[in-house]
Design a protein around this ligand. Structure first.
Ligand SMILES: [Fe+2]
Length: 276
């Protein structure tokens, strides 16, 4: 079921148990733009069924926020123009030639392309492994794109982020909404969450330039300005308290001196995530 954010912004709720990220949609007078294609053609079709049911204009554009499989394996379901940054197009090549049968998935696991949970989800999503088509984008861009849907504009921008080397965000000024994909998340390093300092700083500086009221991160429900600000504050705290620290103990001491209290479980998560 679609969740309504504003009159012209909706999204299909994420389902983390099945590695289904949120799929966003911007509704113009003439056409729609979809943010991320979902983790399988069936996931993409779930969005298309909603578009049909609600009599939305056709989906003219599909934007991939980054190359991770759960955001692009649904591309095949869409007829619209499939758009990704040049970096995303390049990185998505890791999936070419992969067979989604048991042997193919095992090989991909050995190469660290999929983890065990991803394989479990792929097996559920792709009942017929022969139905998977290679990932092809129609447009590869660098920098910024402006797309007009009729009475509403989508500004598509590459962004430096701590999640991956590629990252694209979609800003809708008329509805003050920013689709972040996975850009606000860290990455997994040695079995824990990790935020790269420089990339996180770059992300924080960039997002600060957008006048937004609503933020969609792919693996959460919609965040309002206050909720998002609380997360940015945690990232800023982690960055500041771990600066120049060679151990977590040093970072904790900095925190205790600065805030005059012990770090909470949440604070510790952010402190630990900035340690190399
Ligand atoms: Fe991701």
């Amino acid at each position: 079921m679609l969740e309504k954010v504003t009159e012209r912004i909706y999204y299909l709720m994420n389902d983390n148990n099945n590695e289904r990220p949120a799929i966003g949609i911007v509704k113009g007078e003439d056409s729609c733009l979809v943010v991320d294609a979902g983790n399988s053609p069936e996931h993409g079709k779930t969005m298309l069924r909603e578009v049909e049911k609600r009599n939305f204009p056709p989906v003219k554009y599909v934007i991939a926020t980054h190359h991770h499989w759960d955001h692009i394996f649904g591309l095949e379901a869409f007829d619209g123009t499939k758009i990704a940054s040049e970096k995303t197009c390049e990185l998505a090549k890791i999936y070419k030639g992969i067979n989604l049968d048991d042997k193919g998935l095992e090989l991909a696991k050995e190469k660290n392309i999929f983890n065990a949970h991803a394989i479990e989800c792929i097996n559920k999503e792709f009942q017929d492994s022969g139905s998977f088509a290679p990932i092809n984008f129609d447009v590869a861009f660098t920098g910024e794109l402006k797309l007009h849907l009729g009475g509403i504009t989508c500004i598509v921008n590459e962004i430096i982020n701590p999640h991956r080397e590629d990252g694209t965000i979609v800003y809708v000024p008329e509805e003050k909404t920013l689709f972040l994909g996975d850009a606000a998340y860290g990455r997994s390093k040695n079995g824990r969450n990790y935020y790269d300092r420089e990339k996180t700083s770059a992300l924080l500086q960039e997002v600060d330039t957008y006048d937004a009221e609503y933020y969609l991160c792919s693996h959460e429900s919609i965040c309002d300005k206050e909720e998002m600000q609380s997360y940015w504050n945690d990232l800023n705290m982690g960055l500041a308290m771990t600066k120049g620290c060679s151990s977590i103990e040093e970072a904790i001491t900095n925190f205790e001196k600065h805030y005059n209290k012990n770090p909470s479980k949440n604070d510790l998560f952010f402190l630990e995530s900035f340690m190399d």
